[in-house]
Design a binder for this molecule. Structure first.
Ligand code: GDP
Length: 409
């Protein structure tokens, strides 16, 4: 995909009524990302109702358009700054958000946590924060919305900022920004506001523009070996590049054994001998010499991965039958398949409330979330989910059926 077309995926979470839809409407409006005729319509309706532009209404307009199946994609909302495009990922509920992130059906790289300055931290603020902590998302921006409702008070802002920093710190989340805004009036969203002269930080758009894209294609190579074919008397390792790129003649590490190998040739579909291959390509590689290789090993450009037979992870248990201590499981991460068991269930949560159910538990029921220690029969290679998602996401199987999804923070 050309550089300018890629959009940074962000998710906007927060307690109900704290201003998510209003913020989205405001972002789309201020960045001229709405269909042209919508502007007039929004202005007219707002005037008719005799009030200021109600931005949550922008979202309703879009919903209507979506339900008629025109113009707008059903799950993706885009906006643009001079720097780049953004796509707002739908998070219908925190449970869905968690499930989507774990299974890879949506992948937010930035999280915006919105909090009503008048109400402060509420239940869903906490639940969403727990999830962001579990996912290990590093790029977090907190918005203290409705600053107009607390008279643009610096003291109130500082007080809340302190509370939030403490609360998030306990979950290992260090937000890059905590900004005062009024989504409805547009204070500090796209433009700085003279009503908050005491604040010299960035606007929401400026803050978002500082975040980095994951750029998995620029990370060190990760090539999980899927299979080994014999072609023209040569052993060819086939698979899909999950991160980075590789070159003919390059020296790589064969993991988890940590053996150095050299790329003799690279094949792609319909071209036998190419010099380079990159992220997302399915290729075949032959190596110099005759190193012992097998399915499930990973060819890596460096040694930054975690290589261990003990893995701490967060899992989302999907199987109604639940888990009981001693159950044998199969760990699957990219092409790695290793028998394992759950050695310790440190904590488990109810995903609907994100409330702690039990510490040091012995079982996990269907639809529970748990922080666990896995003991594997062999060493596996993994990366933090927030760095290389495909290498930090796994499935647990029981008797051939997937029973849980997990991530390595
Ligand atoms: P959501 O449930 O998080 O999507 O919240 P909404 O965007 O629907 O907002 C809930 C209510 O708060 C609506 O009536 C908005 O008009 C109001 N609201 C949102 N942002 C602001 C703000 O910055 N200031 C004030 N005073 N009201 C706001």
């Amino acid at each position: 995909m050309p550089e300018e077309e890629r959009a940074l995926p962000i998710v906007i979470v927060g307690h109900v009524d704290h201003g998510k839809s209003t913020l989205i409407g405001r972002l789309l409006y201020d960045t001229q990302s709405l269909p042209l005729d919508k502007y007039a319509e929004i202005q007219k309706t707002s005037e008719m109702l005799g009030k200021r532009v109600e931005f949550a209404f922008v979202m309703d307009c879009l919903e209507e358009e979506r339900s008629r199946g025109i113009t707008i994609d059903t799950t993706q909302t885009f906006f643009k700054t001079p720097k780049r495009r953004y796509v707002i990922i739908d998070a219908p509920g925190h449970k869905e958000f968690l499930k989507n992130m774990i299974t890879g059906s949506s992948q937010a790289e930035v999280a915006v946590l919105i909090i009503d300055s008048f109400e402060g931290i509420r239940d869903q603020t906490k639940r969403h924060a727990y999830i962001l902590g579990m996912l290990g998302l590093k790029q977090v921006c907190v918005l203290l919305n409705k600053i107009d409702l607390v008279d643009y008070s610096k003291d109130k802002f500082e007080e809340l900022k302190g509370e939030i920093t403490d609360f998030l710190g306990r979950l290992n989340i260090r937000p890059t920004f905590i900004l005062p805004i009024s989504a409805i009036l547009g204070d500090n969203v796209a433009t700085p506001s003279e009503k908050i002269p005491w604040f010299d930080g960035p606007t929401v758009l400026e803050a978002l523009d500082t975040f980095k894209e994951l750029k998995v294609e620029e990370k060190p190579l990760r090539f999980p070996i899927q299979d080994i074919y014999r072609i023209d008397g040569e052993r060819v390792l086939v698979g899909r590049i999950e991160a980075g790129h590789l070159k003919k003649g390059e020296t790589l590490f064969l993991l988890p054994n940590n053996r150095k190998v050299t790329v003799k040739s690279i094949r792609k579909f319909l071209s036998d001998d190419v010099t380079t291959a990159s992220f997302e390509e399915s290729i075949g590689i032959s190596l110099k010499g005759r190193p012992r290789v097998k399915r499930g090993q990973i060819l890596s450009a460096d040694l930054s991965s975690k290589i261990s037979d003990r893995i701490s992870a967060n899992i989302f248990w999907m199987d109604p039958a639940g888990f009981h201590t001693g159950d044998s499981l199969l760990f699957r991460c990219v092409t790695q398949e290793v028998p394992c068991r759950i050695e310790k269930i440190n904590k488990k949560f109810d995903p609907a409330s994100m409330e702690l159910i039990e510490k040091d538990a012995f079982s996990i029921e269907g639809a529970e979330v748990a922080d666990v220690l896995l003991q594997l029969e062999e060493k596996v290679v993994a990366d933090p989910f927030s760095e290389i998602p495909e290498m930090g996401r796994f499935v647990l199987e029981k008797d051939g059926r997937p029973v849980a999804g997990g991530i390595i923070p």
